[in-house]
Design a protein around this ligand. Sequence first.
Ligand code: ADP
Ligand code: NI
Length: 234
Amino acid sequence: MISSAHDGSANTQLNRAMTSDEHIARTRKHVRTRLGEEVTGHDWWHAHRVCRSSLEIGRQEGADLYVVQLAALLHDVADWKFHDGDEEAGPRVAASWLRSIAVDDGAIAHVTAIIRDISFKGAEVPTPMRTLEGEVVQDADRLDALGAIGIARAFAFGGFRGQVLHDPESPPRIAVSTEIYKTQRGSTINHFSEKLLLLKDRMNTETARRIALERHQVMERFLEQFHAEWDGEA
Ligand code: ADP
Ligand code: NI
């Protein structure tokens, strides 16, 4: 278990309160520069939305909002999907940034652990988070894969990867292991079955579960209409 507490005397707490805000502001700017040109849905505005939802959920759940914001902002700075499958790239790049702005070692360890554990890895692969802060950021990240924005991001990512929209001749495929999930190439419509429609049941917090349910219904309506149009029935 990684501690999220920032202990110390009243004085160091005061210093931390000032530097914490600065750490977050500088990290926002850094992530915006680094992810600005990203076109697959893992862009700055994704980080921004995840940070905003993390704050909302984190407040409700009583999480350490300093760690939550840093992890939310940095969680996609170097995703394994864009670094030859290297799952350590994200934690490494985030740690090196946080060291460069003198974030303390405990917070760096906590943030990098969240980034290491956060990703979806297949339908039957559990992805438990070690701390409340991790649970909050994972929920916020997953909420951004749902609803209208989730649909838009899935097709943006599918286009980037060269996936077809839909393949009516292939039955839905669900990856049960991480290896299959990482290498399998299906249609973007299949991505709803292999991941997006499963997320509402994999939320960690009650706050996120409520939002996920609404966004799940948006996707179900979309899929119904998609298939009706595809079949010439709408
Ligand atoms: P995680 O945050 O769990 O790592 P990903 O980075 O895999 O999630 O997913 C982020 C976004 O990319 C999601 O909105 C998801 O729908 C989209 N995405 C990931 N894999 C695919 C895929 N094979 N087809 C379409 N969209 C995908
Ligand atoms: Ni993300």
